[in-house]
Ligand binder design. Structure first.
Ligand SMILES: [Zn+2]
Length: 377
């Protein structure tokens, strides 16, 4: 499958998993896609939705095929079923219980042993079954793609915590947690916009925009949860990445990520220097960007002009304390503007930077109107 099979034909016993955690609309699909351009890395999108979206709802993979018809995913599932004796329906029931119920999240935080996590009498299997099957899926992906690292951008903190238990208590995976944050105002602007469902464009259902106060609270909650999960994990193996840093100065961030994941950074640096667009590969679920043929990135500045003064104030009153802890400042957009000379256009950023994208269609038309980010719910 991989042209680089010779470099990574020995699959390690514990799959190396990079889990991207944090709020939606934070650029996780872009980061996931970017990381997946490395010959040792397979990016898979929101793997938590793989069985539901891919096999139950038969949605599209980013390669354009329905998941059951996609060559990669049908082989992965075949290997997964054979090795782990997994039953997809039972797995999906277990997974949604572990990753979706608050009481189970509480148990995972408070109880010392994964064996004691109670999922309820109405499900077949227990946390250990979930853990072994989930590890088996990562293993199958590594085996079929012949890549040594799997990037899962499911983002959900409950899944993050389950993976921490799998890594630290059960020794089933080699976990590297990446907590991705985006400026809460950029997030709120992205969430304020509505989208009509369009499967070919990667939007599975209609998405209604949210008022900024709600998105500010949601952002604070989700990132606080991610902080807690990160603290639960060994600090040496979790990393906080601010999307804006990746967007404006990608090379230091990429070097840091490469050191963190322990793979050579060369292919990523080459890509950043080449201005080649990202190739979507086989992303099973995630935001609509995964359905674009070629993806180029540009800086995330739209919120600065689109949000009103009142909206910015409301967001900052509710979420500013949390944003501050990540190094964001209320007047950060002003200081950035100060750096460019008056009368000149704003800095274009790196061609692979920023969560706003120019698709080939946009380049043909205006080349300036933004393709807004992230449309998954
Ligand atoms: Zn595919």
């Amino acid at each position: 499958m991989s042209t680089y099979a010779h470099q990574s034909s020995r699959i390690p016993p514990r799959p190396r998993v990079v889990f991207v955690m944090g709020a939606g609309r934070s650029g996780s699909t872009v980061l996931d896609l970017f990381l997946g351009q490395h010959p040792l890395v397979q990016s898979v999108g929101e793997l938590c939705n793989f069985v539901h979206d891919g096999w139950i709802e038969r949605r599209l993979c980013s390669c354009g095929q329905r998941v059951p018809e996609c060559e990669l995913w049908s082989r992965v599932t075949e290997v997964w079923k054979k090795r782990s004796q997994v039953d997809l329906e039972t797995y999906e029931q277990l997974r949604s219980r572990v990753e979706g119920r608050r009481n189970i999240l509480w148990q995972m935080f408070s109880r010392p042993s994964p064996e004691q996590v109670q999922l309820g009498k109405d499900v077949r299997g227990n946390f250990l079954t979930y853990a072994q099957w989930t590890a088996g899926l990562y293993q199958a992906i590594g085996e079929v793609t012949e890549k040594s690292v799997v990037v899962d951008s499911s983002k959900n903190s409950a899944r993050g915590l389950a993976l921490v238990l799998m890594a630290e208590r059960l020794d089933l995976i080699d976990l590297h947690l990446v907590h991705l944050v985006r400026d809460v105002r950029g997030f709120a602007w992205s969430v304020k916009k509505s989208f009509r469902s369009d499967e070919q464009a990667g939007v599975a259902r209609d998405i209604r925009g949210l008022p900024v106060w709600r998105s500010a609270l949601a952002w604070t909650f989700v990132n606080s949860m991610a902080d807690l999960v990160r603290r639960r994990h060994e600090t040496s193996r979790s990393l906080l990445v601010r999307y804006e840093d990746f967007a404006s100065t990608p090379i230091p961030v990429v070097l840091q990520l490469a050191g963190f994941i322990a793979i050579p950074p060369g292919p990523w640096i080459e890509l950043l220097n080449s201005e080649k667009p990202l190739q979507p590969g086989h992303i099973v679920a995630g935001n609509r960007l995964r359905m674009q043929r070629h993806i180029r990135l540009r800086p995330d500045v739209e919120w600065q002009s689109k949000l009103s003064f009142a909206e910015k104030m409301v967001i900052w009153i509710l979420a500013g304390w949390k944003a501050w802890s990540y190094g964001y400042r209320y007047r950060s957009e002003v200081s950035r503007a100060d750096r460019s000379a008056p009368g000149t256009s704003p800095p274009a950023g790196h061609p692979l930077a920023g969560p706003h994208f120019l698709t080939s269609r946009d380049r043909q038309s205006t080349g300036s109107s933004s393709v807004s980010e992230s449309a998954h719910p």
